[in-house]
Design a protein around this ligand. Sequence first.
Ligand SMILES: Cc1ncc(COP(=O)(O)O)c(C=O)c1O
Length: 396
Amino acid sequence: MFEFADRVSRIQGSLTLAMTSRAAELRAAGQDVINMSVGEPDFPTPAHIIAAGKRAMDEGYTRYTPAAGLPQVREAVVTKLARDNAITVGPSEVIVSNGAKHSLFNACMALFQQGDEVIIFRPYWVSFPEFVLLANARPVVVGSDPENQFEPLFDELRDKIGPRTKGIIMNSPSNPTGGVWSRGAVEQIISIAREHNLWLLSDECYEQLTYDAPFESTAAIGPDYEKILTFQSCSKTYAMTGWRIGYMAGPEPLVKAMTKIQGQSTSSPNAIAQMAAVAALTGDQTVVAEMRAAFDRRRQLIVSGLAAIPGLACREPGGAFYVFLKVTELLGRRAGEKILRTPEDVTGYLLDEVKIATVNGEGFGDDSHIRLSYALSDREIATAIERIGAAVKSLD
Ligand SMILES: Cc1ncc(COP(=O)(O)O)c(C=O)c1O
């Protein structure tokens, strides 16, 4: 038998990636699966970004770069944050990584250790507790209000902050819920973080995908609190998930600490992708608005379609491209011989019966919802709603 370090058993594999590969396997076996488990835009990377990547190779951007990213990409982030987010930083306050996931991981490694506690909000993105555990710290889970864009339960948050609490990780717009927190909620979080001298990690990967109100960055709401860290990504904004470019803006000493960790683990982010990111961040932004408009239209389609199915309670998410669907009314109902007892039974039933791949809430710390991604064509969304409607109707 092989033996591995404890940290391997301490963490879980990514449930969302597992569902996506299960859907891909079924498709490869010839099944007509609609994959609503995906966590990425269905659009191709815009042409001018691809052209910049090709040009980068021709121009010789094929070598190692500085660990924190090429000067021009750090500058591009500075320009972007000022333009879109009213955040004023210098290039030395920016690190570029292999996706925002990598920046988040590096930040947790640089900030947290054994004995520390880090607050995360349920339902959480699958990787937050695992980042904290990999840093040997303890994730402390605080609930949220499904009726109010999954904003934090502030009384519970205050109760759970103690002498060991070192940080809070927030994510609005949220994966998995699509919830967008109000300015008031973000102000409260900032003031709690300030009161207890906590790091506030703001995962803003979906910042360009809000539909009911313009997005406001946490660091722009609390510009004078220096422990706010902004994590953003090219992945969802520019349909660049496979290029692996994300970044963090925060205090220079933290950027230096993270650069040390990044330099000793993955060296630099990919040079070609960095040059493509410069084109993405500083080039024509109309592509972003077009993708946002398409996602908004799909949001309306899926929310109205699901709301019309008896037994499903669908609230309107303010952002990202997910619907977090409450399925408790389906639990206890019978599908042939089998009784649906958990959201996992519901996702299994939808996949087996009507070939719709979704993700159950369990990996997000939730036991009453399933997550559906609407990063799909209008036609696929319409077909998915028909199939889900038929599947729910045929339950006894
Ligand atoms: C909330 C959240 N944060 C971070 C990421 C990671 O993004 P990236 O592709 O930039 O690593 C994702 C991707 O699914 C996400 O949903």
